[in-house]
Design a protein around this ligand. Structure first.
Ligand code: SAM
Length: 311
């Protein structure tokens, strides 16, 4: 369905947990180890079904870290059974992907985004709080072997932290047919430090002038390639070049609240309607119509980090 600004809303991001096995420096305001209320697989099924009735065709499962949920394959399987859902994707830090890749594929998962901010062991540990880089690299291989596609590597660069490793990350797209995408650091801390540390897409292009633009199928990411590359490099310039006018997404949080805009703190609780499919769909439609025109990151940091709202 269209929202009140004429945008076709077809993409739902479902955060299945706030818990995470990593503790990335830029991500959360909430405690990653704390177990908050989480929707059951059955409730997720009912809610996504109602969203599908409102025009959602693509679902991305995220968190927190979605693979900390032991019923993650059941969740994917249930979503896969919903009429109207054409694409199911997952965003993960990749640490547990080796265990799950094949079963997730069997359950109906199509593609995977894997977060990897550095290929250097000690920088990775500094950024995430865990010495598990080798597990993520094994996870990427397992996703390839399981036939999940496309595989996208998401990286957030920060000046003075991991920005000097951008070339090694780009090299992953030279060696393998995958997308390496740089996401601009979004201001989830109140200190204002994010602004100074953020590496813009323009700065990346300046540093790697051999990257040449190629056609991009998405409004959110601009894609580039270079001679001899098997994959692509993507730039997601969500801060320096807002793409709110093309935003097609809404978010379902792990406690059943709906967040129509990542940069806006307004949440809507749909759990009171879960027993009544018609009322639930009507409620979701009214929430989609309240989706704001765009985020205002430049004015105010959102109240919650991405580990709560889902990346
Ligand atoms: N645990 C999963 C993972 O690591 O991919 C899913 C959740 S995580 C919040 C999703 C994505 O959000 C990650 O790619 C992460 O890099 C990104 N992210 C978190 N905080 C961010 C920030 N302040 N700015 C930009 N991206 C951020």
């Amino acid at each position: 369905m269209k929202d009140s600004f004429g945008r076709e809303i077809s993409y739902l991001r479902v955060s299945v947990t706030q818990r995470c096995n990593l503790n990335c420096v830029y991500c959360g305001k909430e405690d990653c180890a704390k177990k908050e209320a989480e929707l059951s697989a059955e409730d997720i099924f009912r809610l996504v079904k109602a969203f599908a009735q409102c025009g959602i065709t693509k679902v991305r499962i995220t968190g927190g870290e979605p693979l900390v949920r032991e019923d993650i394959c059941e969740i994917v399987e249930k979503i896969h059974s919903i009429e109207g859902i054409q694409t199911i994707a997952l965003t993960t830090n990749g640490v547990y992907l080796k265990q799950y890749a094949a079963s997730l594929k069997e359950a109906g998962l199509q593609s995977v985004n894997i977060s990897l901010d550095s290929t250097d062991e000690s920088t990775y540990r500094h950024l995430t709080g865990a010495a598990v880089l080798h597990k993520v690299l094994e996870g990427i291989e397992a996703a390839q072997a399981a036939g999940l596609a496309p595989i996208k590597i998401n990286a957030v660069l920060m000046k003075g932290v991991n920005s000097d490793g951008a070339g090694e990350l780009i090299a992953l797209a030279r060696k393998a047919p995958l997308d390496v995408r740089f996401i601009e650091l979004m201001p989830f801390s109140d200190s204002g430090e994010d602004k100074e540390m953020m590496v813009t897409g323009a700065e990346i292009l300046q540093q790697f002038p051999y990257l040449k633009p190629i056609e991009s199928e998405q409004a959110t990411a601009r894609y580039y390639s270079a001679e001899g590359f098997r994959g692509r490099v993507g730039l997601i310039n969500s801060v320096s070049r807002k793409f709110c006018a093309d935003c097609n997404r809404v978010r379902l949080l792990c406690d059943g609240k709906v967040k129509p805009c990542l940069g806006d703190d307004t949440l809507y609780d749909v759990m009171p309607y879960i027993e009544d499919e018609t009322a639930l769909a009507a409620q979701i439609k009214s929430i989609i119509l309240k989706k704001p025109a765009g985020h205002r990151f430049e004015e105010k940091a959102p109240a919650h980090g991405l580990n709560k709202t889902g990346g």
